[in-house]
Design a protein. Sequence first.
Length: 385
Amino acid sequence: MFLETAIKNNPALLDAAFFFHKHHLIEPNTYCIDLDMVRMNSALIAQEAQAQGISLYFMSKQFGRNPLVARAVSEMGLPQAVAVDMDEARILHNVGIKIGHLGHLVQIPQSSIEEALMMNPEVITCFGVEKARQINKAAQKLGKIQDILLRVIDEKSCLYPGQEGGICLRNLEETAKEILSLGNVRIVGITSFPCFLYDDESESIKPTRNMEVLIDAKDVLTQMGIEVKQINAPSATCVSSIPLLKKCGATHGEPGHALTGTTPLHALGNEPEKIAMVYVTEVSHRDDHNAYVFGGGFYPRSHLKHAYNPEHKHIFQAQELPAGNIDYYGRVEDEDGLLNIGDGVLFAFRTQVFFTRSKVAVIEGIQKGKPALVGIYDSTGRQLK
């Protein structure tokens, strides 16, 4: 999905990834992250957000919750993170990253609420009054008041399978009244997901029905006398979409893939953020006209199409395996027999590194012509080397 764009906009990253693999400094099934480019992307996003008056929480799961990368993002003007779950929150909190948003997309388990509150998140999202009560009880015990967001949906909301849930707009007033009776939580805003998505036809990012629901929800809460300080509208947050967030009435966004230049919009290769992450593996064996490469990092929604070998300067057709299969291997079409056992092969596709069993190699100095391997991590953010 992103390979030709990477060759066009960041060939030095491909060269560095291939070099470190060829010299046995990184293993196959490794995502290589260009730390210089992540810094540049983060700075561009932070600058646009400041210009538009939009606040941001950055998401780290796409790049494997990597603490080194997360610190780089934070240092470039995006100091607060959104943690998708408690595992991510712990990793980020333990390396000094401020937790801005918890509970969305994944609600906080009851047994972890006190731990979450002790991280002092700016906001926690609740899918209903029951979770608000649990947070209220823990906050009361700790002697604090926790600001919360309400996830609001309606019958026409755009929701991914398995990500359903939230307060129906028609029940929002009743639910909010119940929450207002609690003494240790405070409603400060609303959220939903996804609020923006890439549109193939127009090749641009557009708001979904969820954004309309949030504006309607704001009106309901405002009429109740609740000050809505935050309208959090995540998905596809990047330099090009931040003005759209402002136009549609959002106050907050949550950049994730934009940090590595890998939203669907970035596949066109025309965005300010550039590709900062590629996947390197090697040929395990051959079968007829196919070369099979070690897997572990392929992702069912990757839109994978091509593979690349810098020595041959050749782009190969690659086949995305069915989602029901374990990705022991990836398959690359090679009728000319160019690829030999052990050859390095590079990919650039849409991924969620935390979802994989890959390693993550963080490389610094690529953009200065002096690439240096500064750390190797597993896909959960734990340092290996």
